[in-house]
Design a protein around this ligand. Structure first.
Ligand SMILES: [Zn+2]
Length: 280
């Protein structure tokens, strides 16, 4: 479902649409019609299946999340379902003053799609902040899109009983697309974004923090970038980073020694085979 459709080449808001009229989906250009009822907000629906379309797959829960996010940001400067015709995209929630596009992700997505969205909004000068539903994301196995989004500052949210319970970041150790360790949730207040200061960082940061500092230009209090900044002035934060660096080191060498062991066995096996096939 969607709140906007195309009427010719114009974007049309659901409240301004006529019942029974045919319009086009903004994303897949398939025919859509208006739906409205006492209990539901007016919206457009696809009259035929269009499984590849992002808006076709958008559920009522997604719209509910958008509304709640707007409420959480507690400011009148945000807009829901803001269309950007030049890049043919619609932002879930847009915060013009801070140049932030919030994208809520409640289903799996491809790496190509997430990187295209980041690039498109980047061309207009906007930063995308991704919020991933932890019923789908933040599991042990990580798909390429999630790995990319975590480096881009993507956060998680917990949704229970039709409510966003909290939005959070976390320290984590990821090896070969497996999340081997994660910290308790670092609760985030999205209403206070900060721009990254220009500082020279220690090289000795946990990977999850170092990678984030290299990639993002925006951060929120308590997130991984904030942890890195605080560690430069507060010993308790520095200790926490040190702890995660050690955990990471304790996890990585095992992997290296396992690989070394594997190649050693492979080498021995091949030698045995060679000796058998070509006896001296
Ligand atoms: Zn569509």
């Amino acid at each position: 479902m969607a709140l906007y459709a195309l009427d010719g080449d114009k974007f049309l808001y659901a409240l301004d649409a006529k019942p029974r009229e045919l319009y086009q989906c903004v994303e897949c250009l398939c025919p859509v019609k208006l739906k409205q009822g006492r209990q539901r907000n007016p919206h457009f629906y696809h009259i035929k299946k269009s499984p590849r379309c992002r808006l076709y797959g958008k559920s009522e829960t997604h719209l509910l999340l958008q509304l709640q996010l707007q409420k959480l940001l507690s400011c009148e400067e945000t807009e829901m379902e803001r269309p950007f015709p030049s890049i043919r995209r619609i932002a879930d929630v847009f915060w013009e003053k801070e140049k932030i596009v919030f994208e809520i992700q409640c289903s799996s997505i491809s790496l190509e799609e997430v990187s295209a969205r980041v690039l498109d909004y980047g061309k207009l000068g906007y930063t995308v902040v991704w919020l991933m539903d932890d019923r789908i994301f933040n599991q042990r196995f990580i798909r390429p899109a999630e790995a990319f989004l975590r480096e881009q500052g993507g956060l998680f949210f917990t949704f229970e009983k039709r409510q966003i319970v909290h939005i959070y970041d976390q320290f984590e150790v990821i090896v070969d697309r497996k999340r081997l360790r994660k910290s308790s949730s670092l609760l985030i207040d999205l209403s206070k974004p900060y721009r990254n200061p220009t500082l020279s960082w220690s090289k000795d940061l946990p990977h999850c923090v170092g990678k984030r500092l290299d990639t993002v230009s925006l951060y929120f209090a308590s997130d991984l970038v904030y942890q890195g900044i605080q560690a430069m002035k507060e010993p308790s934060f520095a200790l926490r980073l040190e702890h995660w660096k050690k955990l990471e080191e304790a996890t990585f060498p095992k992997k290296v020694s396992f690989l070394r062991e594997f190649f050693h066995l492979l080498h021995c096996g091949l030698n045995l085979l060679l000796e058998k096939t070509h006896p001296k």
